[in-house]
Structure formats: structure tokens, C-alpha cells
Design a protein around this ligand. Structure first.
Ligand code: AMP
Length: 504
């Protein structure tokens, strides 16, 4: 057990808790308030419970629970106790959960009581936690004593494992250390200019890095409160906005707000900063948001394995379509296929190095080795160019690159052209198998509101004026909306699968 000087993330956060222990940490729409004093006491109690269930330092604690204040306290309790938190999306089916549990071998599994114990847990202890905070994990907790102990942790000791969604191949557990998380919290807290009166609107899920780390850690590092919504829902967000100063979201949140006429300059007036990430923010959304509210959404870029890598500036130009320059302490470079470092504006594989970058995938040393280059550079799998000012422009995922007739087509380049057509809201470009070309450029297009019919030939003619022939879609399909996952990412693998067999 150690003091605030050691590298345990909880110790670092606690050192920054507000002097007034009665200050709010989480506030729910029903008016329930979890105060900083509660964080300190309840994480101590939960840590003791987890130890009583058999969890020892370094053991994993898997949690497939709904978003609730208790889910957050469980996470912080694990960090505090030197246990490794493993959040699982509540949408996962038992078969999927079975894979994660077999792979991670947790000592304790916490699930919603409604799920039962259907999944083989390999001897792990079982505890329950419901969305309302009740369950065997918390039953009678408030009556138990609390102490101020924090487990010692070395900087590189694991604090969490997050399985990456990985659209191809098996899911991999990214092991994040106390220092990975703490360094990123520190960098973001500074970059986004957190203030003593900030209140963060939290509508994100807490099984993903965005909602679990970026949003929670910046507030904890700042010692301020969050308006904690169970999910993104337009009415609830509109109701909370007049009290919020910072909102973090995926692009879909902002397009849904824009679709509601009640969202206007006055409604956004108390907020000082809207942050977007996890998926590309359309330049069109950026511009519409600015026109409606006067706010330039700040777009940043990161991934599970690295935390946040770049951010548009708080002061200075926020460029639509760019994710901004590298955060302080983070190094970025763009490389060609042979590993040579490319110059300004050349498109290639984006690599990152810094204290935020994880050390490897859980029990996958070969996979880990194949993703790291000499000198500790991690290959993000994103294609990008870095302009002369250092702003990063993402071009797509390397594996989404379409190779047609031996020529490379970056989907983003085609999507940008299609999106520029007035009848198009958004598009997704991907490759489908083609006997002639190997892969054929295929486009799924969502019509703009008010566009009665999408004239595919006119759209193609529009694209032909702006793109080389080999980049033109061989096929355009019109969809009411693009398939997206919980973090707003377009599911290109699903689109590829959907249109691989379907007849033209
Ligand atoms: P995940 O590990 O699930 O957070 O996914 C990380 C991936 O999301 C990155 O490698 C990017 O491909 C994508 N991503 C994250 N932020 C952005 C952004 N602002 N713009 C475009 N793509 C993003």
C-alpha cells in the first residue's frame, strides 16, 4: 500500500480531487449525486469486496454491466486495488463473452443479474450489478468501513484491458498501463484547458476508451463533475446542455442534435467546448454546427491501443476534416510500405510513439511484435498525411484500401467527392470482389434530406469530373443510413459482406 507519489492512476487522480469532498463527481438525470467523498469511500469498499472474491493484484476483473455510477466506481476500484479492469459491451452475446473470458481468465466476472451465469467462467467468482446499481457486488456496501489504502503500481503495470473491435480477425486485448492512462489524462486536461467550473456532459458508453478514459479522466484530473446520462438521447442531452460546459461525443451525436430544431445557439450557449472523435466528423457537419451554434467542434483522434494521439487546438485554427496536430509528448510519422519516413502531405501508414502507447496485446506477443517498428513506433493501421503545419488528415484504414486493377484507391478521397454532391448526405466507399479488377470500387450513398431521388448517373457524372476513371465507383447502392457500431464507426466489413454476393 502506498501514498500519492506512486504511479497508481487512482493515486494520481486522488491527489487532484477537490478540497471540498462534498463536491459532485457524477450527477444523474434523476438528480442522484455521487460526490468525491463517495468515490473515495466506495472504491475502497469495492476493492475490499473484489479481494474477498479472490482477486489479487494483477488479476483481471471482467465487467459486462450497463452504464451506471456503480460501473464507474467498479472501474476506479479495480485501478485502486491494482486489479486489471476489463469492460465488455453489454450488447455482446454469451458466445462472444465466452471468448473474452476464456482469453482473459478473469478472477471475477461482474454481470447484470438478468443474464445469469450462462457463460462458462473457468472458475472465476461471479458477482452481479444491475443498471440501477443493485446486485451482489453492492448489496450492503454502504454499511462497510472504508480506508484510504491504494495498491502500489509501477508505471508499466496494467490497469485495464480493452478488446478492440477489429473488423477482421479475432478481437485482441489491448493492455493499458497506469502510465498510459495517466499521461493521456494529463495531456488532454492541459490541451483542452479544463477549468475549475467545468461540467462535462457524459452520454458515451463506458466500455470504450472514449467514455471510460477520455471523458472520465479529464474530469477526475480536473476534480470537477459530470452530468452522467445513461445513453445518448436527444431530449436528455438538450435538457442537460444548459448546465454543461464541455461535451464529448461521436459524430453521430452532433448530427442527431443538428436534426432537432430545438438545438440552437441559445441551447449550446453555456458550453465552451464540443469534442468529437472515434469516427470521422464530416466537414459538412462541422460547418452546419458552426452555422447553427457558433461553435467549431474540436475533433481529435485516438485508438484503444494508444489513447488520444492528436487534437485540433483549443486556441488556434480547428480545421474541418483534420484531426489536428500531435498532442504534446506524442510523436507521429507517416511511412511507406518499406518503412521509409515520408514527407509533408505524402499519404502512408501512420505510426505513433509516446507514453500513451500501450505495450502490447494480451498474450499475443507475435501480433504485438508485428505491429511495432524499431524504436517503439506503433503502426496504427490508419492511412494519413501530415500537412506542412503538422495537422494530420486521416485517409482511411489501411485494410479498407481498395486495390482495383492493381491501382490503389483511398476510399476517403472518393467519399469526399460523393459527399460534395448536393443530393448526398454521406457515403461509404469499399471494395467488393471483382473477377476483372480483383476489387471493384463500390459506394453506399445516403441521400441528403430533401433529395427526392438520387440520380446515380448524375452522381457518377459529377464524380467523373473530379476523379480519375479507376477511382470511380463501379456500383452505387442507395441506403437510408450507413451501418454503424456503438461508437459511430461505419461498418465497412459489413458493407463488403452485404454487397459481395448480392446481384447488381
Ligand atoms: P477504437 O480503437 O475502437 O477507438 O478505434 C480506433 C480507430 O477509430 C482509429 O484507428 C481510427 O481509424 C478511428 N478514429 C478515431 N478517431 C477518429 C477521428 N477523429 N476521425 C477518423 N477516424 C477516427
Amino acid at each position: 500500500m502506498g501514498g500519492a507519489t506512486d504511479a497508481n492512476l487512482y493515486a494520481q487522480l486522488r491527489a487532484r480531487f477537490p478540497r471540498d469532498a462534498g463536491a459532485p463527481f457524477l450527477e444523474t438525470p434523476e438528480g442522484r449525486v455521487v460526490r468525491y467523498a463517495d468515490v473515495e469511500a466506495d472504491t475502497s469498499r469495492l476493492a475490499r469486496r473484489l479481494r474477498a472474491l479472490g482477486a489479487k493484484r494483477g488479476d483481471r476483473v471482467a465487467a459486462q454491466v450497463e452504464k451506471s455510477p456503480e460501473a464507474v466506481l467498479l472501474y476506479l476500484a479495480c485501478v485502486r486495488a491494482g486489479l486489471v479492469f476489463l469492460p465488455l459491451n453489454p450488447a455482446y452475446r454469451d458466445a462472444e463473452v465466452g471468448f473474452f473470458l476464456a482469453d482473459a481468465e478473469p478472477a471475477v466476472v461482474v454481470r447484470d443479474p438478468a443474464r445469469g451465469e450462462a457463460v462458462p467462467q473457468g472458475g472465476a467468482a461471479h458477482a452481479t450489478l444491475a443498471a440501477d446499481g443493485s446486485g451482489s457486488l453492492t448489496d450492503g456496501l454502504a454499511a462497510e468501513p472504508a480506508d484510504d489504502a491504494i495498491a502500489r503500481a509501477a508505471p508499466h503495470e496494467p490497469a485495464a484491458i480493452l478488446y478492440t473491435s477489429g473488423t477482421t480477425g479475432r478481437a485482441k486485448g489491448a493492455v493499458l498501463s497506469h502510465e498510459n492512462l495517466a499521461s493521456n489524462a494529463r495531456a488532454l486536461h492541459r490541451a483542452w484547458g479544463f477549468r475549475p467550473d467545468d461540467v462535462l456532459l457524459h452520454a458515451l458508453p463506458v466500455f470504450h476508451a472514449h467514455g471510460l478514459f477520455v471523458a472520465l479522466h479529464t474530469s477526475l484530473w480536473n476534480g470537477t463533475g459530470l452530468l452522467f446520462l445513461p445513453r445518448f438521447e436527444v431530449d436528455a442531452v438538450l435538457a442537460a446542455l444548459p448546465r454543461a460546459t464541455v461535451m464529448m461525443g461521436v459524430p453521430t451525436y452532433y448530427t442527431r442534435l443538428l436534426a432537432d430544431p430545438r438545438f440552437d445557439r441559445a441551447r449550446a450557449g453555456h458550453v465552451r467546448l464540443f469534442v468529437s472523435g472515434s469516427a470521422p466528423l464530416l466537414a459538412e457537419t462541422f460547418e452546419r454546427f458552426r452555422a447553427r451554434t457558433g461553435h467549431a467542434i474540436l475533433e481529435r483522434y485516438g485508438m484503444t491501443e494508444t489513447g488520444m494521439n492528436t487534437s485540433n487546438p483549443l486556441d488556434g485554427e480547428r480545421v474541418a476534416g483534420s484531426v489536428g496536430p500531435a498532442l504534446p509528448g506524442v510523436e507521429l510519422r507517416v511511412c511507406d510500405e518499406a518503412g521509409g519516413v515520408l514527407g509533408a502531405n505524402e499519404v502512408g501508414a501512420l505510426e505513433v510513439r509516446g507514453p500513451n502507447v500501450f505495450r502490447g496485446y494480451w498474450r499475443l506477443p507475435e501480433k504485438t511484435a508485428s505491429e511495432f517498428r524499431a524504436g517503439g513506433w506503433f503502426a496504427t493501421g490508419d492511412l494519413a498525411r501530415i500537412d506542412a503545419r503538422g495537422y494530420v488528415h486521416l485517409v482511411g484504414r489501411a485494410k479498407d484500401l481498395v486495390i482495383t486493377g492493381g491501382l490503389n484507391v483511398h476510399p476517403k478521397e472518393v467519399e469526399e467527392v460523393l459527399d460534395a454532391h448536393p443530393d448526398v448526405l454521406e457515403s461509404a466507399v469499399f471494395g467488393t470482389p471483382d473477377p476483372d479488377f480483383g476489387e471493384a470500387v463500390t459506394a453506399a450513398v445516403v441521400p441528403a434530406a430533401g433529395a427526392s431521388m438520387l440520380d446515380e448517373r448524375a452522381l457518377l457524372a459529377f464524380a467523373r469530373e473530379r476523379l480519375a476513371g479507376f477511382k470511380l465507383p463501379k456500383r452505387i447502392v442507395v441506403l437510408a443510413e450507413l451501418p454503424r457500431n456503438a461508437m459511430g464507426k461505419v461498418q465497412k466489413a459489413e458493407l463488403r459482406a452485404r454487397y459481395t454476393r448480392a446481384e447488381p
